[in-house]
Design a protein around this ligand. Sequence first.
Ligand SMILES: NC(=O)c1ccc[n+]([C@@H]2O[C@H](COP(=O)([O-])OP(=O)(O)OC[C@H]3O[C@@H](n4cnc5c(N)ncnc54)[C@H](OP(=O)(O)O)[C@@H]3O)[C@@H](O)[C@H]2O)c1
Length: 284
Amino acid sequence: MSKLHILITGGKGMLGRTLQRVLAEHRITVADLPDWDITDAAVFDAQLATVTPDVVIHCAAMTAVDKCESDVDLAYKLNAVGSGNVAASCHRHGIRLIAISTDYVFGGELDRPYHEFDVAGGAHTIYGLSKFAGEELIRRHCPNHLICRISWLYGPGGPSFVHTMLKLADGTRPQLKVVNDQIGNPTSTWAVAEHLAIFLQHPELVGTFHLTCEGEATWFEFAQEIFRNAGVTQEVIPCTTDEYPRPAPRPHNSRLEKRMLRLCALPPMPDWHDALKEFFARGI
Ligand SMILES: NC(=O)c1ccc[n+]([C@@H]2O[C@H](COP(=O)([O-])OP(=O)(O)OC[C@H]3O[C@@H](n4cnc5c(N)ncnc54)[C@H](OP(=O)(O)O)[C@@H]3O)[C@@H](O)[C@H]2O)c1
């Protein structure tokens, strides 16, 4: 395919770094702090007008879920207002926008995976509410957009659940308690980035897509698979969410159905077991 100029907001973050590697055949502009600040609308707009990429992949966000509860204004400033700024700027300059969102926009009460036509906005966390507000501003300000919801993300360099588990399994803990009543789709940055590369070949696509790996697991099951792949012997014991209260209540059901991939006849996401194996093979 022809070489594109792609600007990645939050490009130094976990997903942004993998995107740089997967999209290396294209021209990439990494737009991250301190030079690019999505909360400064005027400066961001002027910089975008100068750089004029073909596509913006918007990864910048406040992703520390518990910190969002204690700094609500900053969460909304980044995840909502910042995303609105990026969207308005992209529309003003005729640039396609691919924005990354999250399963946290849902409340997590459903007893089946959420699909793209389920009504979102029932989040119970500031992170989820602010990310959903960001989605809505993107829809309003930039019609030529894709919103890609991902979840339970891990990638080279972390930080992620995979990196935390491996750190905790340092031989000092005979047993590790891991939550077994939250269910989701563990998803690697490689799998997401490779699907975003497919989206780049389809400028006609617009709307909201779920992009998590296929298959589901609890954190307990995910931890067991991490240790199996890492060749680490660590006893893991299942526990409940109530045993680990956090400032931001975690959704019990984070599973996302990839209905839009199916309806658009696009390739499915890989199974999470395969993606995890590949992650370890490529280097953590
Ligand atoms: N990680 C997950 O488990 C997960 C799950 C679902 C969805 N997502 C979504 O996936 C996307 C990427 O996540 P990630 O894990 O790669 O995030 P990340 O590692 O936290 O990266 C976010 C990047 O954005 C930067 N940033 C912060 N404030 C900024 C600002 N005002 N202007 C420009 N850049 C700013 C951060 O810089 P600093 O480090 O200097 O703050 C960081 O480099 C996010 O939209 C996130 O909501 C993530």
